[in-house]
Design a binder for this molecule. Structure first.
Ligand SMILES: *[C@@H]1O[C@H](CO)[C@@H](O)[C@H](O)[C@H]1NC(C)=O
Length: 188
């Protein structure tokens, strides 16, 4: 009885907020699709965040599917570190378990914007070298450091980022036991 009441409360909460969408939750590296469980969302949209990592050796895509608020839809971002440019685009759709199409990505190389940041790439256990600079492009006006720890080994990557890249889930392939992403405004 108690659980039936609980269920009815949940149902009426969902109805009263108008959200009763189901979305797939999953992530995959080196792929533009993934499959996983369907979850009932307290949200209006199903989203896919696509992250493309471009380097002279080619590019690798990764995807994360989740329940999203409207503010997350259409979010873009980029980061530059070492010989890598990273682009992120989140696209949305609004029917049960829908999968947004893979969006068009900008060119891997874009005009430098004049900002630069201490470069940390390949991953290093040292502090980022302030002398060796990553040259920022597009709307990158932050210097990021993404820190990750595996067993007793600590690593960081760092360089230029747009504000939207300043969170650990923008670098999911560098996520181990402990992870953090910090950003500071570029100094001119
Ligand atoms: C990505 O996937 C392709 C095709 O399945 C494979 O050939 C390639 O080695 C993969 N790259 C990485 C870095 O996993």
């Amino acid at each position: 009885m108690r659980s039936a009441v609980g269920f009815l409360c949940l149902l009426s909460a969902l109805v009263s907020t108008g959200y009763s969408l189901s979305c797939i939750e999953c992530s995959e590296y080196n792929s533009t699709s993934c499959s996983g469980d369907s979850d009932l969302c307290p949200a209006e949209f199903c989203a896919s965040t696509f992250i493309r990592e471009s380097s002279p050796g080619g590019s690798i895509m990764q995807i994360k599917r989740f329940c999203a608020a409207k503010s997350q839809c259409g979010e873009t971002g980029s980061a530059t570190y070492g010989y890598v440019r990273r682009h992120m685009i989140t696209s949305c759709c609004d029917s049960d378990n829908c999968a947004p199409e893979v969006p068009e990505f900008p060119e891997a190389t874009e005009e430098p914007n004049g900002n630069s940041c201490p470069n940390c790439f390949p991953p290093t256990s040292e502090e980022c070298d302030p002398v060796e600079r990553a040259q920022c492009a597009a709307s990158e006006d932050k210097c990021f450091v993404h820190f990750f720890k595996q067993d007793d080994l600590e690593f960081r990557i760092g360089g230029c980022a747009s504000d939207s890249m300043c969170q650990p889930d923008r670098f999911p392939e560098y996520s181990y036991e402990e992870v953090s992403t910090t950003c500071a405004r570029v100094s001119q």
